[in-house]
Design a protein around this ligand. Structure first.
Ligand code: 3NM
Length: 218
């Protein structure tokens, strides 16, 4: 699949650890969110995930089926083997994860996202940006969804990184309906969320609102 920055508009990140360890909840939310119009989905088993390899593989395959049905690009967080095994469209890595050149060499067909938290990390990543499709930048606001999240950079910090980034940016961290308008207009192509969607009782409505806020402010 060829990368399109429009796919960053409303990007759901999800793993069993975000929904009380229940794979069937991941699937329900993924189905509802895809039907509601999310533009990308990242399967992220981390931060206390209790699934074993086989369970991850099973869940990943089911997510592949759902996302394929809705033509939503599927990324896997920091697990190249799993990304290849479930035929994902892409992989997302952090600064401390497997390095970009190794991933690109092993799987040139995968789209590739890289997390960058500030200008310093952007500068340090310059040499590999030619191999990367988009940057994940955050946390913009405080978040409870990631273990050892860094200090929030705020909308101004986001704007600063976006202004220096040669690549499209998806903003992440603590973004909800009530603060999404502070993120819009700062140069990001879209927003990535966990809890705004996983904790919602009305996923269709939340996805619609998050999308509208993106479109309104640009
Ligand atoms: N990465 P929520 S923040 C997975 O800053 C992730 O790189 C972050 O979850 C980063 O939308 C984060 O619930 C968690 O705040 C986002």
């Amino acid at each position: 699949m060829k990368f399109d920055s429009a796919s960053l508009q409303v990007y759901l990140v999800i793993g069993s650890q975000n929904v009380g360890g229940k794979p069937e909840e991941v699937l329900r939310i993924a189905r509802e969110a895809c039907a509601a119009g999310i533009t990308a989905l990242q399967y992220r088993e981390k931060d206390g995930s209790k699934l074993n390899q086989q369970e991850k593989l099973n869940l990943g395959k089911e997510l592949r089926t759902i996302t394929a049905k809705y033509q939503v690009p599927l990324y896997v967080d920091d697990d190249l083997e799993l990304a290849l095994a479930i035929d994902a469209d892409g992989i997302h890595v952090g600064q401390a994860d497997t390095k970009v050149p190794q991933i690109k060499a092993a799987a040139p067909q995968l789209m590739l996202g890289l997390s960058v938290h500030n200008l310093d990390e952007l500068t340090k990543s310059r040499s590999v940006l030619g191999q990367v499709d988009y940057l994940g930048v955050g946390p913009v606001f405080a978040t409870n969804s990631k273990a050892q999240a860094k200090e929030p950079i705020g909308p101004a910090g986001l704007q600063e990184v976006c202004s220096q980034s040669p690549l499209p940016v998806v903003a992440i961290g603590g973004i909800k309906c009530h603060n999404a308008d502070q993120v819009a207009g700062k140069g990001a192509a879209g927003i990535a969320v966990i809890s705004a969607i996983t904790a919602s009782n009305n996923i269709a409505e939340i996805v619609k609102e998050l999308k509208e806020k993106q479109t309104d402010e640009k």
